[in-house]
Design a protein around this ligand. Structure first.
Ligand code: SF4
Length: 328
């Protein structure tokens, strides 16, 4: 069995912003631009970047909410992008999504028990006589009381609703869960509880996660490896400990320097990024980060750097690191 559960190969997604009279695009937004990486079986891959970097678009292509403009997505060796819609839908059960907003992602007219039962019924995973027991089991797994089964989403707090969302994702017995900023809408005090729950469930159910987050502090403890995206491109990939202790890319270094540190001995100088993220409709030529990079040199404005392996398992897309093999 291959070590990689998912492989993205040169994946791109463009959205037409403006079209001419004949429908031909005259202005396009490059949300994801030629991104290649893999997610290993059983790992939590943290995907981080500022708003508009393409991380959520990439997750939505994986769960079949967006169709890629170019490139391939392999799942257990099968190219999902080559499948017809009916065949593609067979994989929806295996790849579930936990939404960012627990308020908007649950149908307010359904009880939480029925919400959790829905994927079991749609995918005909169990005989009807066993569905109720499975729902109660899932409620228990995510730390909700079984007597709450007949309550409606409005009767729950944000953290509890996210637990319902997690139970619904688990109900389909997925192999992979795309967690799209699952704690960003929650109070800080609740975030750690939900992250711990996801971590426990990963071990118990041998799950694989694509964990999408805005900041590096959120993915630190849950991720085995972390990828950093900027303006539709992958900038750096490394094992969690390596990335946090030895960030190579100037963008990752800036993101890490913004994380508050309690221990004064470990404090580093904050790197302030100048200006806003450029528009993905008209990204800078050369390196996407060159307009905000304090280390930029001439070549950065002319040539886009490739994602290369700088040390074993540690990849960076930056001209500062030359003698290394391109990412495969
Ligand atoms: Fe900065 Fe140049 Fe590296 Fe881009 S390639 S991150 S602009 S040094």
């Amino acid at each position: 069995m291959s070590e990689n559960l998912v492989e993205f190969q040169h994946l791109s997604k463009q959205f037409t912003v403006e079209a001419d009279f004949f429908g031909k695009p005259v202005s396009v937004l490059k949300a994801v631009d030629d991104v290649s990486f893999c997610i290993r079986r059983g790992e939590a891959f943290g995907l981080v970047g500022e708003s508009g970097c393409g991380k959520t678009t990439l997750g939505k292509m994986l769960v079949n909410l967006f169709e890629p403009s170019a490139g391939k997505i392999f799942f257990e060796g099968t190219d999902l992008t080559a499948l017809k819609e009916k065949e593609r839908r067979k994989y929806c059960k295996d790849i579930q999504l936990i939404f960012q907003d627990p308020y908007a992602s649950l149908n307010p007219k359904m009880t939480i028990g029925d919400i959790i039962a829905e994927p079991i019924r749609i995918n005909r995973l169990l005989p009807e006589s066993q569905v109720e027991n499975r729902v109660l089991e899932l409620l228990h797994c995510v730390g909700l009381a079984q007597h709450q089964r007949n309550r409606y989403p409005r009767e729950f707090s944000g953290g509890q609703r996210q637990r319902v969302g997690i139970a619904r994702a688990l109900a389909a017995n997925p192999k992979l869960i795309v967690c799209d900023e699952p704690v960003s809408a929650l109070d800080v005090s609740i975030q750690a509880q939900v992250l711990n729950l996801l971590d426990d469930l990963k071990r118990e159910y041998h799950l694989t996660y694509l964990f999408i987050a805005h900041g590096l502090n959120v993915v630190k403890h849950i991720s085995n490896r972390v990828g950093v995206m900027y303006l539709g491109k992958m900038m750096e990939i490394a094992p969690e400990k390596e990335l946090y202790s030895n960030p190579l890319h100037p963008y990752t270094q800036a993101l890490l320097s913004a994380i508050p540190v309690i221990d004064p001995a470990k404090k580093t100088k904050r790197i302030i990024l100048q200006g806003d993220v450029p528009s993905p409709i008209d990204p800078p030529s050369g390196c996407r980060f060159c307009t905000r990079c304090r280390k930029a040199v001439d070549v950065c404005r002319r040539k886009a750097p490739e994602l290369k392996e700088v040390s074993p398992g540690h990849y960076a897309a930056c001209h500062l690191y030359k003698d290394s093999a391109p990412f495969r």
